[in-house]
Ligand binder design. Structure first.
Ligand SMILES: Cc1cc2nc3c(=O)[nH]c(=O)nc-3n(C[C@H](O)[C@H](O)[C@H](O)COP(=O)(O)OP(=O)(O)OC[C@H]3O[C@@H](n4cnc5c(N)ncnc54)[C@H](O)[C@@H]3O)c2cc1C
Length: 341
């Protein structure tokens, strides 16, 4: 009998760690190379919408998500004015990335996986058995992501989504009485501020003064303040010439709260074809094709819908149209939710 072929995963974010955990639970030989360390804060809205029980069970995620918040209502605001309250068709989960990524890393190691942190791999090479889950692609983009945790920030609903000038910002409760505040902003070169104050500066510059004032009354957890520039929605990772998962395959605009679910779902999609390859039952090219086709089928519609809707969330003339439609109840929120998740 020949030894199972080993899998190498480059990138230990949600997609890479979840895939590693799923493979280890099936007895595969897996190594994850991660450039960073755990735990660490990540720029992320930290609510997970559209993650189904089947994916959770298949990847063994249930114990890691058991104490995540369950959010069932969202309130939308346009420049500080409440415009619409929406009951979510299914509860979104809320958990900080600081906790979630570290829990996944621990579970992967406890399952016998090799995790090499602080190890950046050259992504030029794509030999058989190597999977890429290195996150969003680094291409020129005007988008800046900012996030922080705050204590003592009262929410009007479990989840708040604020539209400002060239921005949207989400607020949701995470662990230890903290609220995660995270926004996607059009970068403004004129704004320079310290790490702890840059989010507030962007809120004020984009017409979200009321939110900035609420933040000023709260206690900012300085160690959580994070930023990422060049957030791109480039789709070239879905070309199919290598096994790309999660954001490396395609990043969905964050207002959907679906990027993390997609990271997990892409790991789930890759699991069986990869296991068949490790056992020598499938050639690598077939596994590659199966995963690529599976991801296209699974994500095509939601990516297309999100791309169409994204400008309505941040571009002022379209935001006004969206706001009017939402207030008059003309926006079919439930069907849109199902298209996006
Ligand atoms: C502003 C903003 C808000 C968001 N809000 C939400 C939200 O509320 N809900 C939601 O579901 N999604 C949200 N997302 C999207 C979500 O964060 C991503 O979809 C998710 O993190 C994708 O997981 P991933 O595993 O593909 O990538 P990541 O989590 O980014 O992991 C990639 C990993 O690869 C590592 N890496 C990169 N290059 C290398 C290399 N060469 N060698 C070794 N390691 C490497 C990195 O260090 C990183 O740990 C948001 C994104 C942004 C930008």
């Amino acid at each position: 009998m020949t030894a199972p072929r080993p899998v190498e995963i480059v990138g230990g974010g949600l997609a890479g760690l979840a895939l590693g955990l799923g493979l280890r639970r099936a007895g595969a030989d897996v190594t994850i190379f991660e450039a960073g360390v755990y735990p660490r804060h990540r720029v992320c809205g930290e609510f997970i919408a559209g993650l189904g029980e089947t994916t959770i069970a298949r990847l063994g995620l249930a114990p890691l998500l058991a104490d995540a918040g369950r959010l069932s209502e969202v309130e939308w605001f346009f420049r500080g004015r409440a415009i619409r309250r929406q009951r979510l068709p299914a509860p979104a989960l809320a958990l900080s990335r600081h906790t979630l990524d570290a829990r996944l890393a621990e579970a992967f190691s406890a399952a016998g996986g090799r995790l090499l942190t602080g190890t950046r791999v050259d992504t030029g090479d794509a030999p058989e058995g190597r999977v890429f889950s290195t996150g969003r692609r680094r291409t020129p983009s005007p988008w800046l992501g900012l996030k922080l945790h705050a204590r003592g920030l009262r929410l009007t609903r479990e989840l708040e989504l604020h539209l400002g000038d060239g921005t949207y910002v989400g607020l949701c409760p995470v662990e230890d009485g903290r609220v995660n505040v995270c926004g996607l902003f059009r970068q403004r070169p004129g704004i320079t501020a310290a790490r702890e104050t840059i989010l507030a500066a962007y809120l004020r510059a984009t017409g979200l003064d009321a939110l900035a004032a609420r933040l000023a009354d709260a206690e900012v957890c300085t160690e959580s303040c994070s930023a990422v520039a060049g957030v791109s929605f480039d789709r070239s990772g879905s070309a199919g010439d290598r096994m790309n998962l999660g954001d490396t395959f395609a990043m969905i605009p964050p207002f959907t709260g679906n990027g993390m679910a997609m990271a997990f779902q892409s790991a789930e999609t890759a699991l069986d074809p990869l296991l068949a390859w490790t056992r020598g039952e499938t050639p690598w090219d077939d596994a590659l094709q199966l995963v690529g086709d599976g991801l296209q089928r699974r994500f095509r519609w939601r990516l297309a819908t999100a791309d169409v809707l994204h400008p309505f969330l941040h571009a002022p003339p379209r935001q006004r149209w969206l706001t009017a439609a939402a207030r008059t109840g003309m926006l079919p929120l439930r069907p849109l939710y199902h298209l996006l998740h």
